[in-house]
Design a protein around this ligand. Structure first.
Ligand code: DGL
Length: 259
């Protein structure tokens, strides 16, 4: 059981930002990553459609023998994780916007959150935001279009810079000192965000926390791979393998799969 892979899925290539943290913290673990790029973006889809896509991804990972599944997508987590946990026996780890640390640490009492429409409108996000950030001004911004640009290989493009400049302007005007990245695609925007935002604004995402939680749950369920043999690392996409290749730095092979 312990040598079985950890499964990870996202609506596309963005969840590789989470995979990198998991692989760094748990180098012994074999992993299978699914990029559901053909169905990206999940953000504008309704809850039911998102749940159905998550079922499809989960069942493929279970067929491939995964012992634990990381939902490396805020939109999928906030809309479907309860359903997945109620339906399947394996443990699920999700990712949610790190609104709590931002709300606790802000000095200007204003934080920005960039996430998809699906995440911002979810009941889970409202609950977390209401619980931890009710005394803080939260500037929410739907990152409409960002995922599409990343999925089509236009990460560091003029179009992306223009979009981010528009999205961040109200946050800068509101004097935010924290920007929460509420989508696993967004850590790849870091160089552009740093360029656009004032120097004092701290940018936080949940990638490292997800990796720590994955380790914790593997240990708790006695699922860690204690063997030191080389782990098997697999990446599958139903979109263009080149975009995934670029983000992985051509260090791993990416396989096209129709799923
Ligand atoms: N990576 C997904 C997330 O974290 C992107 C969602 C989308 O496909 O719109 O929300």
């Amino acid at each position: 059981m312990n040598k079985q892979p950890v499964g990870i899925f996202d609506s596309g290539v963005g969840g590789t930002s989470i995979w990198k943290e998991i692989h760094r913290l748990l180098p012994n673990e074999s992993t299978i990553y699914l990029a559901d790029s053909i169905n990206a973006p999940y953000g504008p889809k309704g809850k039911e459609a998102i749940i159905n896509l998550c079922i499809k991804n989960t069942e493929l990972l279970l067929e491939k023998g995964c012992k634990l599944i990381v939902v490396a997508c805020n939109t999928a987590t906030t809309n479907a994780i309860d359903y997945l946990r109620d339906t399947y026996k394996v443990p699920f780890i999700g990712i949610e916007p790190a609104i709590k640390p931002a709300a606790l640490q802000t000095k200007t009492n204003a934080v920005g959150i960039l996430a998809t429409q699906g995440t911002l409108s979810s009941a889970l996000f409202s609950k977390t935001s209401g619980k931890f950030a009710s005394n803080v001004t939260v500037i929410e911004q739907d990152g409409d279009g960002i995922v599409d640009l990343i999925e089509s290989g236009k990460l560091y493009s003029e179009a992306m810079k223009a979009l981010l400049t528009v999205y961040l302007e109200p946050m800068i005007k509101a004097h935010i000192d924290y920007l929460v990245l509420g989508c696993s695609h967004y850590p790849y925007l870091m160089p552009l965000l740093v360029e656009i935002l004032p120097k004092h604004v701290k940018i936080i995402d949940s990638g490292e926390a997800v990796a720590r939680q994955t380790k914790h749950i593997l240990e708790n369920h006695m699922l860690c791979n204690t063997q030191t043999s080389k782990p098997k690392i697999e990446f599958y996409t139903n979109g263009s393998p080149e975009v995934l290749d670029q983000l992985l730095g051509n260090d791993y092979s990416v396989t096209y799969l129709d799923f």
